[in-house]
Design a binder for this molecule. Sequence first.
Ligand code: PLP
Length: 377
Amino acid sequence: MTAIPPIDLTRQYHLLNDQISKAVTDVLSSGQYIGGSAVTSLETQLAANVGVTHCVSCNSGTDALYLALRALNIGKGDEVITAPFTFAATAEVIAMTGAKPVFVDIATPTFNLNLEKVETAITKNTKAIIPIHLFGQPVNMTELMRIAKAHNLWVIEDCAQATGATWQNQPVGSWGEVGCFSFFPTKNLGGCGDGGALVTNNPELAKTARILANHGQREKYKQESIGMNSRLDTLQAAILLIKLPYLEFWNKQRREIAKRYQDLLSQVDNILLPTELARGEGVWNQYTIRISRQYRDQLRSHLQQQGIGSMIYYPFPLHLQPAYKHLGYEKGDFPISEQMAQEVLSLPMFPGLSHQEQDQVATAIKTLMKETLEPDN
Ligand SMILES: *Cc1c(COP(=O)(O)O)cnc(C)c1O
């Protein structure tokens, strides 16, 4: 039995080894390591991929979200609605602008924002909503956009885990005013280091974001706003340009893996498998099952003993993190987020995961569930 990691990035790399080596060598020998044609060309292709007119690359998905908020002039005195069941960055960037993160619980069967609760959280200070397409499953964007329009709010899509996903056949990132992507290595389109980008149909927003990402300078040495240094390295852009044409292929593989987990595990009692909304097509950045709290950690260590890696995304919802104590939230405020934090377990999921490895994962789960839950059989 071979060990199965929760994610193995070397398989992707080996497929493109020669092409990536050549792209890297070309950049190294060009002497241009910041900006240049690889960066512009990637921006053009990403915008086209999402079906929008503008793309601004930057240093990370976190920066893309931060730049989007700043470019929309969101800051002190403003409120931004998002979910507490997400990666740290989503709420962090709101606080970094000086605005206040306002959490709204998530709803099953996806792990996304509960759209029925969003309206109750809107106040006169609300400026924007950040929906997260968590684990690669798209948020119901028709409904979210309806709410946003009715209340005149900006929508900033956190697409970090959902590159290539669609809602009603339209790519995520193209629904809101701006879509933010991450090229962190474990994302569906991942580089060999940090990277990110925002996409928009709003030329003014793109221009402002680009200026902010370059120290607030429209012209060199003239700062018109307080900006920052956030760039996508030429090397990363060159690597991402090689990988982008494979995104659809890899996402298809992820869908097949998800489908197969579904078949293998559907008969197992006491675990809940992830499901998709009918109008969305997800890209399975994670395959996250639910299992009641008393068995979750036991299952995780059982898998570990069999050499199978699994992950808990996310063990603590953000409203209970010390960093957000000042917001005054308490245990019980967002019961579904709190429950999911105790029940979720993400199984190995990455392009190149073999059938045999998946069978091994499924068998390990079934064995434990049988032993633990049916002692009399
Ligand atoms: C990864 C991630 C981010 C941040 O992206 P980085 O490139 O790591 O800064 C933001 N939101 C979500 C939901 C993520 O998963």
